[in-house]
Write a protein that binds this ligand. Structure first.
Ligand SMILES: Nc1ncnc2c1ncn2[C@@H]1O[C@H](COP(=O)(O)OP(=O)(O)O)[C@@H](O)[C@H]1O
Ligand SMILES: [Mg+2]
Length: 375
């Protein structure tokens, strides 16, 4: 674990960049340092790998003061990825990735195996790319090399200072997805700097929000969204994101997950009994592997009376996807007079239903909330 205790940093010109910062970075998680330009993010990163010294306080790594740890050994435990990639332009991709293992005098076979493994991990075919030069790669590909170069010597900690901010939005989005996927395999302690709240919310296990050299709030993205500590946090997150989060929570609360369902091969007779017993006019049809198949209405069940459910199963007028933007889901419901909205996951797994009377209540609250927010 990395801990900062009352750390101050005053630069030579007397500017105090960090004001008594105390915080823990969580092991094997993505810790995101975020805040406006000049708030001290890069300064914090530089202190961690001893590029600069702090003025007061203590930094502990696994309980040991970093001042007592040999600088070279400390840096060996930390991969560093920066915004402008910093690949060596006159070295091939292979040699770029192999740079640190070579310094560490790994044998040739081991280095080759590692480079191959890392390139494959970020979906770059080793045979195609290893002999190319950085200028022969796109920005997104270069930044992937930057990331795996930091991983090459298998450090426990990866420091990433705005690694994706120079990329176009699509490459950026892809690299974020890859980092999330990669982290599931490699489980490093990642300290990731950004000034982009969308990026932070997407990738962070823990967000540390800074302002003017101080930590303003720290917690999981959902915690910051649910309980912003003050107006600065609210403003930094933005009213739109807060509102979206609110409605997403509301939406989740409205889903009734223990609603009755029937199997496609259930008899219509039995289904009718269930519907009368539960006093419902529609019932979702869900297969054994929990996939949503459609709904059955009591009118069709009465009209047909014999046979099995799959013969009278039809698509519902509206379907809510779990990952759906809550505002969009509300829109769908507002424009519909269906009495029941099935909710399914991206892979069509049935989750539950929202009843019409619940969504009317939510709409009212939401409208009230929108009316209350700044306009
Ligand atoms: N070497 C330096 N001397 C004086 N002030 C510095 C120096 N490096 C950074 N600063 C100042 O410290 C503050 C924090 O900088 P930095 O940590 O780079 O911010 P950011 O959060 O944008 O990464 C800024 O106001 C910056 O101007
Ligand atoms: Mg910076």
């Amino acid at each position: 674990m990395i801990q900062l205790k009352d750390v101050n940093k005053t630069y030579e010109d007397g500017f105090q960049a960090l004001k008594s910062i105390s915080l823990d970075f969580q092991d094997e998680k993505i810790n995101v340092l975020i805040g406006p330009s000049g708030c001290g993010k890069t300064t914090t990163m530089k202190l961690l790998n001893k590029l600069i010294d702090y003025t007061e306080g203590t930094i502990l790594m696994n309980g040991k003061n970093i001042q007592e740890i040999n600088t070279i050994e400390l840096r060996r435990e930390m991969g560093y990825v920066i915004q402008n990639i910093g690949l060596f332009p006159h070295m091939t991709i292979f040699n770029n990735v192999a740079a640190v293992p070579k310094l560490l005098k790994w044998d040739k076979k081991r280095i080759e195996k590692k480079v191959h493994e890392l390139l494959t991990m970020v979906n770059l075919d080793p045979d195609t790319y290893k002999n190319r030069y950085p200028s022969e790669l796109s920005g997104g590909q270069q930044q992937r090399i930057g990331v795996i170069r930091a991983l090459a010597a298998d450090p426990d900690i990866i420091l990433m200072d705005e690694p994706f901010s120079a990329l176009d939005p699509i490459s950026r989005d892809q690299l974020q997805d890859e980092l999330i996927r990669l982290q599931k395999e490699i489980k490093k302690t990642i300290i990731f700097v950004t000034h982009d709240m969308d990026e932070a919310i997407k990738i962070a296990d823990q967000i540390i929000l800074m302002k003017d050299g101080e930590v303003v709030q720290r917690g999981a993205p959902s915690e910051l969204l649910a309980n912003p500590a003050n107006d600065f946090v609210k403003e930094f997150i933005g009213p739109k994101r807060l509102l979206t989060h609110e409605s997403a929570l509301e939406l989740r609360r409205m889903i009734n997950t223990d609603t009755p369902t029937v199997r496609p091969d259930e008899s219509i007779e039995e289904t009718l009994k269930i519907m009368i017993d539960k006093q419902i006019s529609y019932v979702p049809v869900v297969s054994e592997d929990k996939k949503f198949k459609g709904i059955v209405s009591i009118y069709d069940a009465i009209a047909q009376s014999a046979g099995s459910v799959k013969e009278i199963t039809h698509n519902p007028p509206e379907l809510i996807r779990e990952g759906h933007d809550a505002a969009e889901a509300l829109n769908i419901m507002a424009g519909s007079d269906a009495s029941l909205f099935p909710v399914v996951a991206e892979d069509n797994t049935f989750i539950g239903v929202i009843h019409n009377h619940d969504h009317m209540k939510l709409l009212e609250e939401n409208v009230a909330m929108q009316g209350g927010s700044a306009k």
